[in-house]
Write a protein that binds this ligand. Structure first.
Ligand SMILES: [Zn+2]
Length: 76
């Protein structure tokens, strides 16, 4: 399945939020929030690079689950 951008600025592929978390797009897998899909996020901290899933509504403020004490990732 192909990775796709969402329809908003923060859900497009390549968006990086203020916590240095990169959005790599969605395959359309359902998220855990109402009417959301899950996006594949990547932590850009060079010593981390952890990948995890996040709801579209959370992308803009998401913190890395591994090195920033963010919430656990969801399936993506
Ligand atoms: Zn991290």
């Amino acid at each position: 399945m192909e990775w796709k951008s969402g329809s908003t600025n923060t859900t497009r592929i390549g968006y990086i939020n203020k916590n240095n978390q990169l959005n790599n797009g969605t395959r359309g897998i359902k998220g855990t929030d109402h009417r959301q899909v899950a996006y594949k996020m990547k932590c850009l901290s060079p010593s981390c690079l952890y990948e995890y899933g996040a709801n579209g509504t959370d992308v803009f403020q998401r913190k890395c689950p591994k090195c920033q004490n963010g919430n656990q990732g969801i399936d993506y």
